[in-house]
Ligand binder design. Structure first.
Ligand SMILES: C[S@@+](CC[C@H](N)C(=O)[O-])C[C@H]1O[C@@H](n2cnc3c(N)ncnc32)[C@H](O)[C@@H]1O
Length: 272
């Protein structure tokens, strides 16, 4: 049995806020059938595939086949080490999410490029409904283990931020240390996709590494990473309310070699 199908179906059903009974009703099958599919006990009949496609998902993705090859990242092997490469602390932006949008009602949060899942698990433990993806299988696996350790639930899945299209709206889109993997010409398109899938009143909490002529390129910078320029992130949010904007330089020794980064931090809110 293909576990990917069961997991993908469960994820997509939850992302749409449907119960097994509601999905069964939409497909004209019994709730027991949906339960069996999600528990890897059986597959739907082939004639149901067009109905599942109407459920607005590509069949190849639902069955667990990637039609586009996923990029790789140096972190794939780094995350295989049992120790957590990024440690236990979360970026201060996580606390800004708590301050600006406390989970006093159900709030859906997407963590883009979640790494080993520390922030995603932090948010889930604080009461958010969290989906989180990364391009690495090892990161996703470690995120799942971390969620289990803390007895909390996160919808972790593997995806490439260049191809991933949100399947439903989120209240919060969060990303730390990741957006430099989007090539310059693609940035607006990718961010517009996330903006379109953000509920009115929702926020984006993002940071980007910025190029400064007086700072050397960090030792662990990858070929597919590309610096942002000062103010570039802000220019993508001219139609949103900017809640916070900051540029800072900080020390880092992620590769074991001390170096510095310049980072722009933006928190923006969708008003209409
Ligand atoms: C600097 S790490 C940050 C990880 C995490 N956000 C954190 O703060 O701990 C960058 C992450 O981006 C992920 N990444 C790189 N390219 C990606 C892509 N195309 N799609 C999704 N994730 C990607 C890497 O696997 C890595 O986990």
């Amino acid at each position: 049995m293909n576990h990917d199908f069961a997991q993908n179906l469960l994820r997509l059903r939850k992302a749409r806020g449907l119960t097994q009974e509601q999905l069964a009703g939409q497909l004209g099958v019994s709730p027991q059938s949906v339960s069996k599919w999600e528990n890897c006990q059986s597959y739907p009949d082939i004639e149901l595939l067009p109905h599942l496609a109407a459920f607005s998902v590509r069949i190849d993705a639902l069955l667990g086949y990637q039609s586009e090859k996923l990029r790789t990242s140096q972190y794939e092997s780094k995350y295989r080490d049992p120790a957590y490469y990024w440690g236990n602390d979360v970026w201060s932006g996580c606390y800004e999410v708590l301050r600006l949008m406390p989970p006093v009602r159900p709030l859906r949060l997407l963590d883009v490029g979640c790494g080993e899942g520390q922030a995603a698990v932090f948010f889930a433990r604080n009461g958010y409904t969290v989906s989180a993806f990364d391009v690495t299988t090892s990161g996703i696996e470690k995120g799942r283990q971390l969620a289990e350790l803390h007895r909390t639930e996160v919808d972790f899945f593997q995806a490439d931020l260049l191809n991933y299209q949100p399947e439903s709206d989120f209240d919060i889109v969060f990303s730390s240390g990741v957006l430099q993997y989007i090539p310059r010409g693609e940035r607006r398109r990718v961010l517009e996709g996330y903006k379109a899938h953000t509920a009115v009143g929702g926020i984006h909490v993002l940071n980007v590494f910025v190029d400064k002529p007086f700072l050397p390129v960090p030792p662990d910078w990858e070929e597919q990473e590309d610096f942002w320029s000062s103010g570039e992130l802000l220019s993508c949010y001219a139609d949103w309310k900017v809640e916070q904007l900051e540029e800072r330089i900080f020390d880092c020794d992620s590769s074991g070699i001390p170096h510095q980064h310049c980072m722009d931090v933006l928190i923006a809110r969708k008003m209409v």
